[in-house]
Design a protein around this ligand. Structure first.
Ligand code: FNR
Length: 342
């Protein structure tokens, strides 16, 4: 495995680069970290390659909500990135310019710094307890060129972590507009009464497609679509919310079946290689997103670290497709994953 994608090496490099609190914030899962562990195990699905297929050309290109991308791969929203590297989200966005980048609402970098360096990007949002502040932030995101909103729905309260740490109080959360309250002000806490009706509300105030992130069940996925969601993102917040929640690789087929080609489905949680991305696509995801590995790469190597990680994952995906006998991403089908043949 190339050093640039090896998760254990990346984590070790990040641990060496960061202080204890920052590393723990990044690495830790909720509760006893059952879901954190299960997310990783969930992708260890044996592959069933097809041989004697023409793979003289292999094309990893696809589109996500109409935006063409070189690979079905993106960077999940991660808060507080300037805690991990002085250039924070700017470095990550630069390193991820060839992939889809999702900016966290808990970003420590303002939209004005992000947009000159970013490729296509989406903005993750919560509904904050202060609705007006939510509206203002979204207006800024729209003006700055966000192509979609990613509404995170699995965090009415922050899950208690195995090793709880908190970002430094003074860390500016610039995406919440200069001069506005920071993440630790109650007005910026997440509204616990978020409901299906909010999906339409976010779409209305932004005019953007709304991706619902944090869905683990088919019935929830169907209700989100009926409420106006443009896409469903299968996630358990990287095992940081409800410990014991189903692994995302396990939840994905149920959600894909419920959505039934009516919308794009994405997945994150424990995706650590291009082979995992291939597995996610075989199970019906349109794209897979990476969380912690990107932050480890950022902490250890800044822009170059993030770029090298994503290039490495892309190269692994290309190789996995070639060796599975798939010339295009559409040829990644359930039959290639043992036990889930249609
Ligand atoms: C996150 N995640 C997250 N999600 C979100 O919607 N908004 C956010 O601000 C954050 N912040 C955040 C910080 C850190 C340090 C981590 C590790 C995670 C969750 C993230 O988007 C994604 O769902 C998971 O990280 C995916 O799992 P892996 O790849 O980390 O296993």
């Amino acid at each position: 495995m190339a050093a640039s994608t090896n998760p254990d090496l990346l984590a070790a490099q990040a641990r060496a680069a960061l202080d204890r609190d920052a590393y723990d914030y990044l690495a830790t899962g909720a509760g006893q970290e059952v879901t954190l562990t299960e997310n990783l195990a969930g992708w260890r699905l044996p592959l069933r390659p097809r041989v004697l297929r023409d793979v003289s050309t292999v094309d990893t290109e696809t589109s996500l909500l109409g935006t063409p991308v070189a690979a079905p791969l993106g960077v999940a929203p991660l808060g507080f990135q300037r805690w991990f590297h002085p250039d924070g989200e700017v470095a990550t966005a630069k390193g991820a310019a060839a992939s889809l980048f999702v900016l966290s609402m808990r970003a420590t970098t303002g939209f004005d710094q992000l947009t000159p360096v970013a490729g296509p990007w989406w903005c993750q949002v919560y509904r904050l307890q202060d609705r007006q502040l939510t509206v203002e932030t979204i207006r800024q995101a729209v003006a700055a060129g966000a192509r979609a909103l990613v509404l995170t729905v699995d965090t009415p309260y922050a899950g208690e972590k195995a090793r709880p740490t908190e970002p430094p109080a003074g860390l500016p959360v610039n995406a919440l507009l200069p001069g506005q309250p920071g993440w630790d002000d109650p007005r910026c806490w997440v509204a616990a009464d978020l409901s299906l009706a909010d999906i339409g509300w976010f779409r209305e105030i932004s005019g953007l497609p709304v991706v619902v992130k944090g869905v683990l069940r088919g019935d929830d996925a169907r209700e989100c679509l009926a409420a106006g969601a443009a896409a469903i993102w299968v996630s358990n917040h990287g095992g940081r919310q409800l410990d014991g929640a189903v692994a995302t690789a396990t939840a994905l087929p149920e959600v894909v079946a419920a959505v039934a080609d009516r919308a794009e489905v994405y997945v994150d949680g424990g995706v650590r290689s291009g082979r995992d991305v291939a597995r996610a696509l075989a199970l019906g995801a349109r794209a897979a997103f990476l969380g912690r590995p990107v932050a480890w790469a950022l902490a250890a190597g800044g822009v170059a670290g993030v770029r090298s990680l994503l290039d490495g994952i892309h190269a692994e995906l290309w190789e996995a497709m070639a060796l599975l006998g798939c010339a295009t991403v559409d040829e990644l089908i359930p039959d290639l994953v043992t036990g889930l043949a249609q």
